[in-house]
Design a protein around this ligand. Structure first.
Ligand code: UDP
Ligand code: MN
Length: 335
């Protein structure tokens, strides 16, 4: 099966984190196929090294950007122009068939059976089901298709400014031509769609994720931006927190994979030894390492609010209330 691969993409270290979790979830569920990650030059050396421990190939690609701010503004996702970079996946002609998966997807079981499908197979988009969602799709690498796609993108652009608009126009008969190219929704279950049809979700997911095969954290809420409490193994949420919009069980599953399979890779000896005294390199490395911490910088809360939260049992264990910080405070008192 060395001529078939799962392919993902990361143009920065945050999406790199997503790719690490996706790659680990594929490994944990014992895929027999190759695993490839496309990275852009913005991805740090440290992140590339970590990706190399999970993926069979880490391939450097240029960033392709639609620079179509007008259409991207309509979907409120100005950052998605770079998803044109996905098109490079068609250039992986060492493989005869591939499955592209967004870096914000998580595999819940072995999905190797998807290789039986043909180009272009994908699941419906929850927002407009006559379009396919480009978070998971089956395709055949081909330089011819690659060139056609690049030409199509310069001539016609994308109706949403991202890869999804472009690919839907290119494979324009997907909705009607061949039902075998419609993947069941459980191969690309968007965590936010759960709420739009809860009875259906319950019907196919009686025990949360039992039947779902791939979860897609579609939208601007990404699991790596949520705070996680490793003690309770739960993502921390409050009522005005964006993460409450996403199904918590799936966020917990993502973090569970991160803590059990990915973070053990980031031990101190993994940090490459300094070979040069180049200050910039040093700074880049420490920035990369700091990006890999569990939580984004904690919002500044007043000590009053913090005490209230603490008393309600909502201590910020990974941030201001971390054991390290408490110990520092004790040391300061003792000294
Ligand atoms: N991506 C990336 N860097 C970015 C934005 C996107 O590498 O700055 C890649 C990544 O693989 C991501 C995919 O493009 O999963 C599609 O973007 P995203 O998942 O954010 O879009 P959504 O699924 O939310 O529409
Ligand atoms: Mn996505």
């Amino acid at each position: 099966m060395s001529d078939q691969a799962f392919v993902t993409l990361a143009t920065n270290d945050l999406y790199g984190k997503g790719a690490l979790v996706l790659g680990s979830s594929l490994r944990n569920h014992k895929t027999t196929r190759q695993q490839v990650v496309l990275v852009s030059p913005q991805v740090s050396n440290n992140m590339r090294a970590q990706l190399g421990r999970i993926f069979d190939e880490v391939i450097l690609v240029d960033v392709l950007d639609s620079k179509d701010s007008a259409h991207l503004a309509l979907i409120k996702r100005p950052e998605l122009g770079v998803t044109f970079t996905k098109l490079h996946c068609w250039a992986l002609t060492n493989y005869s068939k591939c499955i592209f998966m967004d870096a914000d997807t998580l595999v819940l079981c072995n999905i190797d059976e998807l290789f039986e499908r043909e180009e272009l197979s994908a699941a419906p988009d929850p927002g407009w089901p006559d379009c396919f969602n480009t978070g998971v799709f089956v395709y055949r690498p081909s330089i011819e298709t690659y060139n056609e796609l690049l030409q199509f993108s310069t001539e016609k652009g994308s109706f949403d400014g991202g890869d999804q608009g472009l690919l839907n126009s290119f494979f324009s008969n997907w909705a009607t031509a061949d039902i075998s190219k419609h993947l069941p929704f459980i191969y690309n279950l968007s965590s936010v769609a759960v709420y739009s049809y809860l009875p259906a979700f319950k019907q196919w997911n009686p025990s949360y994720g039992a039947d779902a095969k791939v979860v897609h954290f579609l939208g601007n809420v990404k699991p790596w931006n949520c705070s996680y409490n490793p003690k309770t193994r739960c993502v921390m949420r409050d009522s005005n927190d964006y993460s409450s919009a996403v199904h918590p069980e799936f966020l917990n599953m993502w973090w569970d994979t991160f803590t059990t399979s990915v973070s053990p890779l980031f031990t101190e000896q993994d940090i490459p030894k300094e070979t040069s005294s180049d200050k910039q390199e040093e700074e880049k490395l420490s920035e990369a390492v700091s990006q890999l911490s569990f939580t984004p910088p904690a919002p500044v809360v007043s000590s009053e609010e913090r005490r209230k939260k603490w008393e309600q049992g909502q201590a910020d264990y990974m941030g201001v209330d971390s054991f390290q910080n408490i110990q520092k405070k004790l040391d300061a008192y003792l000294n």
